[in-house]
Design a protein around this ligand. Structure first.
Ligand code: SIN
Length: 479
């Protein structure tokens, strides 16, 4: 299909395009400020209709076999890949990421659909050796019910499939509320679910500007049994408290503050490649981006010089242009936040080795700050932009303690060629994920998620489907 054939302007509910009222809002291309599309603002009213549709559809979808569901999921997977170029273009238009990365995200996102189509067939229960001669004990797993999936702009496709594919494979139905910055990708893949043959109401996408109201509605609805959210820790906390009245199951994939440690025995060139891939993926706007680069004092100068040289070759520009490595930030607030981090660090002794400037309205140069210290705001907070702070350490103990000195616990990385150090440090890092001599660790086959303020639950892998299943124990007596 052509890109224009996959651009829609209203919510997708019960298998149909539905507008609610007259209110509209604009989807803006962050690379040039142009309006891509004006869409209907469905708000809470459309969310209510979608929840009803999903609740009704659940009554029959939950009874289908995993094999049947897998067939439809696989069709959806194929359709996503068949339309890779168009989907990637929509994604780059609405969130700015370089086209090459958008194509990568289409493959990454589709992989979750394929994985969970297969995994759905393996949600085995148990037969428990009995505690009594006349009883038999069985455990089965059943779909939790309607799932509210609240998804971000930085991965407009993959964060949907990572939640929705396991939900659908498990037998749940879904209401997706994509962020108002990037609903077009969500609507495009919703359209593909219709072609793939999902029954009406099994997948619904609601669009609207009222993020707080729509989120609260999903959290407080008794018909919704689970919320899966990717976004900031602050919003995750709000959703968690709003979900308490209905005691909902929650999966929260929240912020990070990833340390990236380079020990003095590291392969420096490989470590630099790792920093580049981790830090500049989606222009620094992922929750697993390296946030703090901790370098052993013996190699600090050598490492910094080489890193600056590599960074000086990165091209900033419109993600649609070939060869661009760094696209725009999502909006003006993002630019302001990054500028604030930079000014704060300079006022506390940080030195700019390269970059530091805003280009046009939405672009920020890749920037390296040396002499970073724990008092600087980016030591405690997620940067979400192309700033690379360099810290110095002198012992393993200090490196691990600096790395763990944060409320967050999502991804962490380190480079060393010493096997015992690798085991020791990997075990001591207080994070849900550790990259050892590797800067890009995301894949559908491994569990993605964090501890501490980085969230609850795991997505992807054999663990990712469990969050969408309830365990039921059945006791057969008087045998
Ligand atoms: C995210 O930034 O939320 C997800 C990143 C990933 O899946 O690698």
């Amino acid at each position: 299909m052509k890109t224009s054939d996959l651009i829609f302007d209203r919510s997708f509910v019960e298998g149909e395009w539905k507008a609610q009222g007259e209110a509209k809002f604009e989807i803006i291309n962050p690379a040039n400020g142009e309006i891509i599309k004006t869409v209907n603002d469905g708000g809470i009213a459309i969310t209510d209709k979608a929840v009803d549709a999903a609740f009704l559809a659940f009554q029959s979808w939950k009874k289908t076999t995993a094999k049947y569901r897998a067939k439809i999921l696989e069709k959806w997977h194929d359709l996503i890949l068949d339309n890779k170029d168009a989907l990637a273009e929509i994604m780059t238009l609405e969130c700015g990421k370089p086209l090459k990365e958008s194509k990568g995200e289409v493959s990454y996102g589709a992989a979750f659909v394929k994985w969970f189509a297969e995994e759905g067939k393996r949600t085995y229960g148990d037969i428990i050796p009995t505690h009594s001669e006349d009883r038999r004990l069985i455990v089965i797993k059943q779909a939790v019910g309607v799932v509210g999936a609240i998804t971000p702009w930085n991965f407009p496709l993959a964060m949907i499939t990572r939640k929705v594919a396991p939900a659908l494979a498990a037998g749940c139905t879904v209401v997706i509320r994509p962020t108002e910055e990037s609903p077009l990708t969500a609507l495009a893949i919703a359209y593909l679910t219709k072609i793939a043959g999902f029954p009406p109401g099994v997948i619904n996408v609601v669009i609207g500007k009222d993020a707080a109201g729509m989120g609260k509605f999903l959290c407080e609805s008794e018909k919704v049994k689970k919320i899966s959210f990717t976004g900031s820790t602050r919003v995750g906390q709000i959703l968690m408290s709003q979900s308490s009245s209905t005691l909902k199951k929650l999966s929260l994939e929240l912020g990070g503050n990833a340390p990236f440690i380079v020990f003095d025995d590291a392969d420096i060139d490989k470590a630099i490649d790792g920093v580049i891939v981790s830090k500049f993926r989606n222009s620094g706007q992922t929750c697993v981006c390296a946030n703090r680069i901790l370098i052993h004092e013996k190699i600090y100068d050598q490492f910094s010089k080489k890193l600056v040289k590599v960074i000086s070759k990165l091209k900033v520009g419109n993600g649609m242009d070939k060869d661009v490595n760094i696209g725009p930030m999502i909006n003006i607030n993002a630019i302001k936040k990054i500028k604030g981090f930079l000014e704060d660090s300079i006022s506390k002794g940080g030195k700019i080795l390269i970059g530091g400037k805003i280009i046009g309205k939405y672009f920020f140069e890749p920037t390296v700050i040396s002499n970073a210290s724990l008092e600087m705001n980016f030591s405690k907070e997620e940067i979400f932009g192309p700033i690379v702070p360099l810290y110095k350490f002198s012992s393993d103990k200090q490196a691990v303690s600096m790395a763990n000195d944060t409320n967050y616990g999502l991804a962490s990385y380190f480079y060393s060629q010493n096997v015992s150090r690798c085991w020791r440090v990997a075990e001591e890092l207080e994070y849900g994920m550790v990259g050892i001599n590797e800067g890009l660790i995301s894949t559908e086959v491994a569990p993605f998620g964090g501890i501490k303020f980085s969230g609850i639950g795991r997505e992807g892998s054999k663990y990712g489907i469990e969050d969408y299943l309830d365990v039921k124990y059945m006791c057969f007596g008087n045998i």
